[in-house]
Design a protein around this ligand. Structure first.
Ligand code: PMV
Length: 327
């Protein structure tokens, strides 16, 4: 196998989860929407036989590898960039022994607030590095990125990687893939950061503990979450925004029940609904992170100003229909 090019660039979008986070781990569906915030990975071949990762947000990571495996594994394993390092290794063909890889990461996706920044960075990394050696297809990129992302939390549903790869709005079930959802109308969505950082892994463990201690209650909640997701898909397709809002509120209550919320999230959801949102809920793993609110077009400006006036970071988000892009 030879090299195709000496440098390459790929970018992938962040996402919000409109319905079904956490329950998607237990084979329920989730509806995800890719949004107009991106991570860009530049990859280049280097003569130094190593992996260099430069990121705006983390300490640079440098390591060496041989035979497709990392040397000094233990030190690298502690770095927050370890999944990216793994994604690079997975994307270098076995027979390449005479080169190193340097990547640099630029991003406008806030980290640790439920927008899928780690999945987007794994997807863009696999694509940019893979593209140095061959023309990789989307499916294999997505599957490799999922394996690297699973290093952060083993039970990952893979939903975020699918959203980052394929873009648009998707109805996703773990191990079964996804169907596209065509929203009938433009959604006026606002993403509000609680300012509380979370760890996806610890929130997933918390919900798992709830499940273990409340087996029959958890089953009931999952059943209702499934119905909400299916009704949500129908409401998105028919453009029934009032119904979408009602279902978002109900989905949030289920997330509260299983312990995925946080007092700051609940405060914010209440504030959004008091100020005329059609509905709002946590998005992503919860325990802080972000709230997503659906607002009527005519209320959008007033609503945004109200939140900004209360010192919240409120970000208008629109759908990204591109997904992974290899530049
Ligand atoms: O990592 P986050 O905050 O984007 O959340 C991921 C969504 C979960 O359902 C909580 C986890 C998963 O693997 O689907």
């Amino acid at each position: 196998m030879s090299k195709l090019r000496s440098n390459s660039r790929a970018s992938a979008p962040a996402k919000v989860i409109l319905f079904g986070e956490h329950f998607v781990i237990y084979n329920n569906p989730a509806i995800l929407m890719s949004i107009d915030k991106r991570i860009l990975v530049n990859a280049q071949l280097i003569s130094d036989h190593g992996i260099h990762i430069l990121s705006e947000f983390q300490e640079p990571l440098r390591c060496t590898f041989s035979g497709g495996k990392l040397n000094k594994f233990d030190e690298v394993g502690k770095s927050p960039l370890f999944p990216i390092c793994d994604a690079i290794l997975r994307s270098i063909p076995d027979k390449i022994h005479d080169t190193g890889i340097e990547i640099s990461i630029e991003s406008d996706i806030p980290i640790g607030v439920g927008l899928g920044s780690s999945a987007a960075s794994c997807v863009a990394t696999v694509a940019a590095v893979g593209n140095l050696f061959r023309n990789p297809d989307r499916r294999s990129i997505c599957l490799k990125a999922m394996e690297s992302e699973a290093l952060i939390h083993k039970g990952s549903s893979g939903a975020d990687c699918f959203a980052a790869t394929y873009g648009g709005m998707i109805y996703y079930i773990k191990n079964r893939g996804f169907n596209r959802v065509k929203s009938h109308e433009k959604l006026h969505l606002l993403l509000i950061n609680t300012g509380v950082k979370h760890s996806t892994w610890s929130m997933v463990s918390k919900v798992e503990d709830f499940k273990k201690q409340n087996i029959s209650r958890f089953k009931e909640v999952c059943k209702r979450a499934y119905e909400i997701c299916d009704k949500g898909r129908a409401a998105l397709q028919s453009g029934d925004q009032e119904e979408i809002g009602i279902l978002m509120n109900e989905n949030h209550k289920l997330l509260q029940t299983v312990g995925a919320s946080h007092e700051k999230v609940d405060e914010l959801v209440e504030l959004c609904n008091k100020n005329g949102a059609l509905g709002s809920k946590l998005t992503g793993a919860g325990g802080g992170g972000s709230v997503i609110a659906l607002v009527k077009e005519r209320d959008y400006y007033r609503f945004t100003l109200e939140l900004i006036g209360r010192k919240y970071e409120a970000l208008p988000v629109t759908i990204d229909n591109i997904g992974l892009e290899i530049h």
